[in-house]
Ligand binder design. Structure first.
Ligand code: C5P
Length: 274
């Protein structure tokens, strides 16, 4: 038996922080998309549950203990699976690598076992429900409230990470305000790429300002994306990865080449959306 499951990158096109619960978790209103670029999870028959991590972004990631893929396998009560995670997404970089990997594990195990995905998957992380959907969504609550959105026009993106880590809890703590306005209750039908960009440009990522204050390289990344012709450049999640939007994959690839040449130390990828 060999099964594979793709774990796409999660990108927050907008991320509004609208409140804070008594337990400290923040209330969000986020427009989330997924990219063709992602990690790959493979499973073969094995004894118990094991995990090996391979691929260009495997460094520093252990296949033991609290790896989210193993926690997902334990939550789903999986058994008899040797899992291999091929990492292509930088770890802890605001594009949901760990959550998307865990969601891929839950999807794969559900398919393999015939049992449904466990209902308490939010315990693995606030991004788990949206990563299980792995398609354009609106995410509210602390991440548990996932709803469909109108169709997005065709577009592509460049993802750039300056290879600097950001501590998510510290970025949330540094927020100047926690009661920012949500996105409009009803999302419009977006006519085309320019119309979508015009609408998105008045939305925000409320975590971008505190993340830039902690990690000034994030502002450099956003400037580089804008300089390479992105119609809109913004940070995803709590950073440090930022995205630039382009009308098609060809122009995104050209911009990625420009940025990678100027900044050989950065992680730069052009990708289509799912
Ligand atoms: O759920 P996850 O492990 O991805 O969250 C990492 C950290 O981000 C949490 O410990 C919390 O500090 C912060 N967070 C938050 N509100 C959310 C999601 C995450 O405060 N809705």
């Amino acid at each position: 038996m060999t099964a594979t499951e793709h774990a796409p990158a999660k990108v927050n096109l907008a991320l509004h922080v609208t409140g804070q619960r008594a337990d400290g978790y923040h209330l969000l209103d986020s427009l989330v998309v997924f990219t063709q670029l992602g990690d790959m999870l493979r499973a073969t028959a094995g004894a118990g549950i094991s995990l090996s991590v391979t691929g260009p972004e495997a460094a520093g990631l252990s296949g033991e203990g609290d790896n989210l893929v193993l926690r997902a396998a334990r939550l789903a009560q999986a058994d008899g699976l040797a899992l291999e995670l091929e990492k292509h997404l930088p770890v802890a970089s605001g594009i949901g690598g760990g959550s998307s990997d865990a969601a891929a594990a839950l999807r794969l195990i559900a398919r393999h076992s015939g049992r449904p995905v466990p209902g308490d998957c939010l315990t693995l992380g606030a991004d788990l429900p949206v990563c299980l959907a792995a398609k354009p969504c609106r995410m509210r609550g602390i991440g548990e409230d996932v709803s469909c959105i109108p169709a997005l026009p065709p577009m592509a993106m460049v993802l750039v990470n300056p290879r600097v880590g950001v501590a998510t809890p510290a970025v949330f703590r540094a927020l100047a305000r926690k009661d920012n306005p949500p996105m409009p209750e009803t999302l419009p039908e977006w006519p085309d790429f320019p119309g979508f960009v015009a609408w998105l440009s008045v939305q925000r990522n409320d975590l971008q300002a505190p993340a830039c204050a902690a990690v000034p390289a994030i502002a450099d990344v956003i400037a580089a994306l804008a300089g390479a012709g992105a119609a809109l450049a913004r940070m995803s999640g709590s950073g440090a990865t930022c995205f630039g939007l382009f009308p098609d994959l060809g122009t995104a690839k050209q911009a990625a080449t420009l940025i990678a040449r100027a900044q050989p130390g950065w992680w730069v990828r052009a990708t289509a959306l799912l």
